[in-house]
Design a protein around this ligand. Structure first.
Ligand SMILES: C[S@@+](CC[C@H](N)C(=O)[O-])C[C@H]1O[C@@H](n2cnc3c(N)ncnc32)[C@H](O)[C@@H]1O
Length: 291
């Protein structure tokens, strides 16, 4: 079951009114979109995107009652300008980015996002992408692997893990998440903790496959440029690399006089929500307003 993270905080931060034009850049299971649509009727319109066609399909069913007031599109938010142009929209009252993977994607065993299930290495949010986790793990040079695990996973054993991966490739391809996970466990043997030692490397590979940080930088920049005066942008991120991009972009655009930062510090989920929905524990929500 996918529960929308920090729903009340998102809705109040978006500052919605009937008639508003809103972009949900990451529709996922449609939870935030549904509540946005309830708030902007009558007369409002929601454009909702997802890079994952299966997320769009699920949400079409969930949001069908809103008919022409809700337009769902399978697109990467880094291309939101093209989408908005083709929809004839030149200004947004609010824009939401709830980034990362959804629990639908994690639970979909064949997508290879999860450490918990053994599946072919894939991790593409959009199956049309040319490079999957299999290519990264089996084709990248040791130095490139080491760099990306260090940079996107902030994993201090990056070099050792990359060496183990490349050595293991000598005996045949690494085809599954299970193979990769046990290889990482061998590489970092002795390391203890609550979190699986392969978590950071899996995160790094996923970020690389989907160019998540590049897409966020581009998408956020474009989303902000579409906001009308007093329009709000709300971003929920799930790890420090993403949050840093959001924080720095808001700061830079505040200096140039384009944005007013509403959240000096990011909002986080309440203890109650964190108990019900463990995914919300690492969520950080930042809000800014177009001046
Ligand atoms: C955390 S979920 C969103 C959940 C959603 N807010 C809800 O209420 O169900 C993140 C979604 O963002 C999508 N996504 C991630 N990066 C994307 C990108 N660059 N462009 C479009 N969608 C993206 C994923 O496919 C996933 O479905």
């Amino acid at each position: 079951m996918h529960l929308p993270v920090m729903l009340d905080e998102v809705i109040s931060s978006l500052d919605l009114k009937p008639g508003h034009i809103v972009l949900d850049a990451t529709v996922g299971g449609g939870g935030h979109s549904l509540e946005i649509l309830n708030r902007i009727q009558p007369g409002g319109k929601l454009i909702a995107l997802d890079a994952d066609a299966s997320a769009v399909e699920k949400s079409v069913e969930r949001l069908k009652d809103f008919g022409p007031y809700c337009k769902l599109i399978n697109a990467n938010f880094r291309n939101l300008d093209t989408v908005l142009q083709s929809e004839g929209i030149d200004g947004l009252n609010a824009c939401l980015f709830d980034i990362g993977v959804s629990s639908f994607q994690i639970d979909d065993v064949v997508r290879g996002f999860s450490l918990k299930h053994d599946a072919r290495l894939d991790m593409r949010m959009d199956p049309r992408l040319k490079i999957s986790a299999w290519d990264v793990v089996n084709r990248y040079r040791e130095s490139d692997l080491s760099d990306l695990i260090w940079k996107y996973g902030e994993e201090r054993f990056a070099r050792r893990i990359a060496r183990y991966i490349v050595n293991a490739r000598g005996e045949g391809p690494i085809d599954t998440t299970g193979q990769l996970r046990s290889l990482i466990h061998r590489a970092v043997k002795g390391r203890r903790g609550k979190i699986d030692p392969a978590t950071r490397t899996f995160q790094a590979i996923r970020i690389s496959v989907n160019d998540e940080l590049g897409a966020l930088t581009e998408g956020l920049e474009k989303g902000i440029s579409y906001l009308v005066q007093s329009g709000r942008v709300v971003v929920i991120s799930f790890h420090s690399l993403e949050d840093r991009i959001v924080k720095n972009m808001f700061k830079a655009r505040a200096i140039t006089g384009d944005l007013k930062i509403i959240t000096k510090k990011p909002l986080t989920a309440s203890d109650k929500e964190a108990t019900i929905n463990p995914r919300s524990r690492s969520a950080k929500l930042r809000v800014a307003e177009r001046i």
